[in-house]
Design a protein around this ligand. Structure first.
Ligand code: NAD
Length: 423
């Protein structure tokens, strides 16, 4: 089943609970524009390779299309459509004036030289330049795309339009108009939501065990932020596997070890650096084992479809928080709901990233830049208010947090569609 079918299931479920206007549902079930391009790239050995690229513009009822670009060998149109629809939902969950889009290139960037990666990125910009722009569609980084790639994007687009148009993408380097705070915003936004949950549920960080799947930009930073708050980070993994330490470990030390030893699982013997408690031990685990580790909070920060019908009944976390997009399938959602395991959904929990991307757009437009403190202070009430709105709808409709997040968002988008006289 394509990932987009999962998205449609989620939209349909929320629509039926809230009684969404059927024409609004039809609009939200069909991306407004789908672009597929061939990108010719001269490789270092002189050969010519064609790469397949996509840009999907799901909806712009709430504002310009917004969403990242993914470089991955498994990218396909179904995935990009799903990710673009989730962006529409996400932006309206947090009430920012943006719609949803997403892009991708079928490539394993680790197999390209820096020069090839730059030529590929510039080629992609040339291929989609007509449909993007600072007030039209604003891409950003996603899996395997970096601030350097965004700098190449904005430079190539600025050449294309003949003037400085750095606002065409967000997630740029600070020297090229990026926003301070963007690199930690996704994780920080999630932590603001966790702070609310901890307050409501009386969670004590020192007694709260956290497992994190995916130790990249989002997962690595959330480990550091929660570590600073005194949470016990007991497990983490990357694509090669993971480790679990019975008394928790120091996330900064694990991040450093991952750089030195290339993958998390090679760090289980670095005991003296990783753990501070006597009697502590660490073991290597597979990704499957990591997900099934007994803990209080399981943070999913890797890729889609990680918790599915095959493992949802073996999850031993008290609740799940989704920093990745789409890590839980609709079937798994049902199993988890029946087992009383709360899932804080991606469209709320990881929305700090796109919110600070919006801040970057505002700063680029004004040519006036904020401190990191200012950006994160502005993010806080947005995340807290969104959590309260979603929780309020979960109580009102007696539904899951995911359904409530979709209801919150679809209601706002329906209002925009009405305001603009689209239907
Ligand atoms: P990243 O590439 O920096 O990190 C991904 C991590 O997941 C890597 O450590 C990788 O090794 C690991 N991984 C891959 N497959 C795995 C598997 N099967 N099991 C365990 N680990 C695995 O990417 P990122 O930017 O951290 O993004 C991660 C997720 O968060 C994606 O779904 C992305 O769409 C989402 N997200 C990221 C941001 C952001 O600002 N970075 C914002 C919103 C959503």
């Amino acid at each position: 089943m394509s990932l987009f079918e999962n998205t449609l299931k989620q939209i349909n479920k929320a629509a039926s609970i809230m009684g969404l206007d059927k024409d609004v549902l039809t609009l939200m079930s069909n991306p407004q524009r789908i672009v597929e391009v061939s990108i010719p790239v001269k490789m270092d050995d002189g050969s010519l390779r064609i790469f397949q690229g996509f840009r999907v513009q799901h909806s712009n009822y709430a504002g310009p299309y917004k969403g990242g670009i993914r470089y991955h060998q498994d990218v396909d149109m179904g995935e990009v459509k799903a990710l673009s629809a989730w962006m529409s939902i996400k932006c309206s969950v947090v009430g920012i004036p943006l719609g949803g889009g997403k892009g991708g290139i079928v490539v394993n960037p680790k197999e390209l030289s820096v020069g090839e990666l730059e030529r590929l990125t510039r080629g992609y910009v040339k291929a989609i330049a007509d449909v993007v722009g600072p007030t039209k569609d604003v891409p950003a980084p996603d899996v395997n795309t970096t601030s350097q790639i965004m700098d190449w994007f904005s430079d190539e687009y600025s050449k294309y339009v003949g003037h400085d148009a750095k606002g065409v993408v967000t997630g740029k380097t600070l020297e090229n108009g990026g926003s301070k705070g963007r690199s930690i915003a996704t994780a920080q936004g999630g932590v603001y939501v966790l702070d609310e949950i901890a307050r409501e549920q009386g969670l004590v960080p020192a007694n709260t065990r956290v497992v994190i799947q995916g130790f990249g930009n989002a997962g690595g930073v959330v480990a550091q932020l929660l570590g600073k708050k005194g949470y016990q980070i007991i497990g983490a993994s990357d694509s090669q596997g993971g480790i679990v330490c019975n008394h928790g470990f120091n996330p900064d030390a694990l991040l450093q070890c991952k750089v030195e030893k290339t993958t998390v699982k090679n760090c289980h013997l670095d005991m003296e650096k990783l753990v501070q408690t006597e009697g502590a031990s660490c073991k290597m685990v597979s990704n499957e084992e990591l997900l099934e580790t007994e803990c209080d909070i399981l943070i999913l920060a890797a890729l889609e479809n990680q918790v599915h019908v095959g493992n949802a009944d073996r999850i031993k976390a008290k609740f799940i928080a989704e920093l990745a997009n789409g890590p839980t399938t609709p079937e798994a959602d049902e199993i988890l709901a029946n087992r009383g395991i709360m899932v804080v959904p991606d469209v709320l929990f990881n929305a700090g990233g796109v919110t600070v991307s919006w801040f970057e757009m505002l700063q680029n437009a004004e040519n006036k830049y904020w401190s990191e403190e200012e950006a994160l202070q502005k993010l806080l009430p947005i995340m807290v208010d969104s959590w309260k709105a979603v929780k309020g709808n979960a109580e009102k409709y007696g539904c899951t947090l995911r359904e409530a997040a979709y209801i919150t968002s679809l209601q706002r988008i329906a209002d925009k569609i009405k305001e603009k006289g689209i239907l």
